[in-house]
Design a protein around this ligand. Sequence first.
Ligand code: NBG
Length: 826
Amino acid sequence: MHVNENTPPVAAREHTVESFTREFLRELNFSQGVDLDRASDNDKYLALAKTVRHYLMTRWLETLRNQYRDQAKTVAYLSAEFLLGPQLENSMLAADLDAIATESLRNLGVDIEVLRTVEIEPGLGNGGLGRLAACFIDSLATLNVPSIGYGIRYEYGIFRQTFVDGKQVEKPDNWLSLGSPWEIAHPENAVEVHFGGRTEAAVDGAEGSRAWIPGWHVMAVPYNYMVPGYRNGRVNTLRLWSAKATQAFDLQIFNSGDYEEAVRAQTVAENISKVIYPEDSTPQGKELRLQQQYFFVAASLRDFLVNVLPADYPLENLPDRIMWQLNDTHPVIAVPELMRILIDEKHWDWDKAWGITQQVFAYTCHTLLPEALEVWPTDLLGKLLPRHLEIIYRINEEFVEKVRAAYPGDELRVRRMSIVADEPVRAIRMAHLATVAGSHVNGVAALHSQLLADKVLADFAHMWPEKFTNVTNGVTPRRFLRLSNPKLSGLITEAIGDGWVTDLSQLRGLEPLAEDAEFRRRFREIKSANKVRLAGVLAKRDGIELAGDGMVDAMVKRLHEYKRQSLKLLHIVSLYEGIKSGRIPLESVAPRTFVFGAKAAPGYVRAKETIELINAVGRTINADASLQGRLKVAFPANYNVTLAEVLIPAADLSEQISLAGKEASGTGNMKFALNGALTIGTDDGANVEIRKLVGDDNFFLFGMDEPAAAALQDSGYRPGDFYEADADLKAALNLLASGHFTDGERGGAVSSMFASLTERDRFMTLADFRAYVDAQASVDAAYADQEAWSRSAVLNVARSGFFSSDRSIQDYLDRIWKAKPVDQNS
Ligand code: NBG
């Protein structure tokens, strides 16, 4: 079948299978330049993606037109990470094209499932923080909020993890190798971003102004991505910036034969958006990272002020038009950038500029680890952004005066609160800058926000209690239930209608069905089917086998000591040791697969050793015939959004076992509960709220709470005491140390983990071991009663509606942004 080039484009909102087929073939012929019978899967995937994109495009243009016309208050979400996950399925869902596309392709003899697997997900984030940003822009669009996401178009996303002899080996994530159909480049709208140089007195400048004479600059090229709302006609924009050298290369030097030197400047400039930092929860004091941060916020601010606002817009009214949400400290350099624009470029005086600046930024903090709060040495900041450093100094001078006025004579407090730290090197504390400048500061779960106000930012909360608020994180029900768990979605819709997709609180309507044996049976059937799907994916992807018909127990998150993958590992070793020594009868152990998914930052040695040990223990257990296949350890490499969508719907048990007071929120915990997994968890982050909502009977709580953990730490925690006092713990650790799992090797990772746990144990793994192992025994007992278990599982689903990112966004709108939805169709 061929289409004529003159076939009229399909009008939006009027897609039929026939028109879809026509569009698809047109794309295949005229964009890809192939016939259907010669098309590769990639050709077909690209043609399908572009067909879907065309359909959304009409709405996108409409949204942009309306937005420009209405000039409604807009939320700009500034984030160094957007962990988007696959785009095709989500776009089809939002556009309501999934059924039409599937049928159209089926008629052409094309399996849409195969095309789905062609897509390489854009891995432009490390973990929860980046994925949260992606959920938030989905909810912003679905809630009809005028908004725009701003970030970096990394050429290489988060590294592709492979295992070689059980050790993590990182490979570049070349996600753009086959081209992305979801982005539209606009090189003509490129923005110059300056760096370096010096400042000097401004001629005719306003009070406080200086002239910045930059040393070098790069071009920021915008790439636009569609962010479709769920079937509401709105398509918002995500704008990611790519760095481009201003001049391709120096032709003179090139002609003189020095090729390397000729392209050097180009390489330096383009490195800025080359690769995402594989870091999460610990800062890496790298110059390039600061370059990245300034690069994307400078381009984004300029873009908004120049391209989104009308030319004559009075900037005095900026607070009516914009809220810049700072996603963690990464974009905080936007604060002095706006000040610089207003003062040095618009010639405002200092007070007026500061008055506006304080109304248009708000800051979300995503951590509780003090070492994860970014600080930039003034040497580095001054070299890269000399004018910004001056501005920060002045902001600080005035701030410090305020503190002195509020707390006369309390110099200690002044030093604690100062934006400028003097020790160990003079440095700028970005969280302090954000807190001083932001209209609001929020944590990401109730406990986290409370600890921020009580501990991490206590002095600020004391001075400005009204600035501090909480917005508990959420996850988008579109991707993490409707799309990833079609069978459960179907069952839910059959029971309560499909309103839950955009109003997740409606899941409450399922509660009575927890008592309905037939509903529970169907729920279990779906879980089993999802496990079969997972087993298929893992077998094909990683050659991994699951424990036949057993529990799927999942711990998936970045590898970090505070998250305590090592506690999970100790439990597995202890179980194994118990069975082998006869202490635990094999029949009493429910068949289980322990699934891990975790990437370690490449420079984080301890985390990498943990991966190596999990793989070593897994190898031994998986090969041990005496266990009759009842226990399996599955550690698929390169856990990502694509895999999450298959794993989460299949899971029975969700492991959320961080040391209390360390996990800001967690969002995986929400996704699992929403899909009917029961949680075994500490009283940490959003676990606290999950447990309150689903009920103690449907949650396995264990371990110290935050006050207990803090008290133990203060009293001088001695992990060795726990090792000596608990025979099972000792046996497990000794078995590990004996080299049993590592071919007799007792050095390296084995001895390092042993020493780290028994001597220092920064996150008190050993102190929580007994409680954890006991809680795991109750899990085994509970799982034996499948009726009761599925009752709890259904209740977890029914009571998880609060954890929709739609609710989070509504909270941000009400409490922080003071912005309103704008109905796209009015
Ligand atoms: C992470 C926290 C998680 C939280 C996500 C999203 C960082 C710095 N923080 O607990 O560790 O769920 O942010 O808020 O990545």
